[in-house]
Ligand binder design. Structure first.
Ligand code: MN
Length: 311
């Protein structure tokens, strides 16, 4: 189909990035729930802010109404992904047989839900809970988590879904806190559908810099998903994250997977997630302004790196 000339001219504007990465936004920027109305609101505002993708917080895949989500997504040209940490009582990293069984059911259900929504990506803390653990991970717990994830990886391959394990800071997981740790964990499992998920907020706390972890994950063939978050989880560019190095690294390795903006405020609350993430103060009120700013910031960073080819 031939588009109308004015649209084509706009599409080819100099400021437009040529990246193939879908640029997205976490649902909690817009809505604290994922019922039909919550998804409808989040997807409409995601699109309005200029993003390609909505990341759905799928903390309760059994309570999630797939048909309602399909209705809410139908009118929009927006891709979806899902993220979560395992719920209380379903922590596969405990090694407790009942928890391991419940956790695996949650993860299997997440894959089926997202396959129904034609999603290609599931990410987050899928190997345990998102919480401050009082002790190091045990060998038995690590092995149990890896055994479940091996089966999840095989099912994900059948469904054509990439499952990316998010690397989070020491206060939110005891399994691994750096790209090096995550890549070792993934190598031990050895499933192609399982990848590493880098988040700039967590990298800023734990990594030596913002460049080498991207390089390491990409060289291992395991960079599957990216979260863009500021050091205080507010407006991009107002904290201490070295985004210049991070976006330079993404460009350098030719990353083409999802790049999703994450920000949290007491203005939009999920009872479980907001407390797990220790969202105690307000860094923004207007999710639409925040999101449009983030979309422009991310696309601008990608675009400026593309011009390096002319240097
Ligand atoms: Mn994240």
């Amino acid at each position: 189909m031939v588009g109308n000339p004015s649209t084509e001219t706009k599409d080819m504007a100099m400021s437009e990035t040529t990246t193939t990465s879908p640029i997205g936004c976490h649902g909690l920027v817009f809505s604290g729930n994922v019922d039909e109305q919550g998804i409808a609101e989040a997807v409409a505002r995601t699109e309005k802010a200029g993003f390609d993708l909505l990341e759905i917080p799928l903390l309760d895949p059994f309570g999630f109404d797939v048909a309602a989500a399909k209705r809410a997504l139908a009118a929009h040209d927006v891709q979806v992904t899902a993220s979560l940490g395992l719920p209380e009582g379903a922590d596969i990293s405990t090694g407790d047989p009942e928890q391991v069984q419940r956790g695996e059911k949650v993860l299997q259900r997440v894959l089926e839900v997202m396959s129904d929504l034609e999603s290609r990506h599931v990410c987050g803390v899928l190997y345990g809970m998102l919480k401050k653990y009082p002790a190091p991970a045990t060998d038995a717990g690590r092995a149990a988590s890896q055994e479940v994830l091996a089966r999840i990886g095989r099912r994900a391959t059948e469904l054509g879904i990439t499952v990316s394990l998010e690397i989070v800071n020491r206060y939110e997981s005891n399994m691994f806190n750096t790209a090096t740790g995550a890549l070792a964990f993934l190598d031990e499992i050895g499933e192609d559908a399982l990848k590493a998920h880098l988040d700039t907020y967590h990298m800023n706390i734990e990594e030596s810099d913002m460049f080498l972890p991207v390089l390491a994950a990409a060289q291992a063939g395991r960079l599957g998903y990216v979260h863009i978050g500021e050091s205080h989880r507010g407006y991009l560019g107002t904290g201490t994250v070295d985004f210049d190095s991070f976006f330079r690294a993404l460009h350098h390795v030719g990353y083409d997977g999802p790049i999703t903006f994450e920000s949290f405020s007491t203005a939009v609350v999920d009872d479980v997630l907001s407390t797990s993430l220790a969202i105690w103060r307000n860094l923004w009120k207007d999710g639409d302004d925040l999101a449009a700013h983030a979309n422009a910031y991310i696309r601008g960073a990608l675009r400026s790196n593309e011009t390096l080819e002319m240097h």
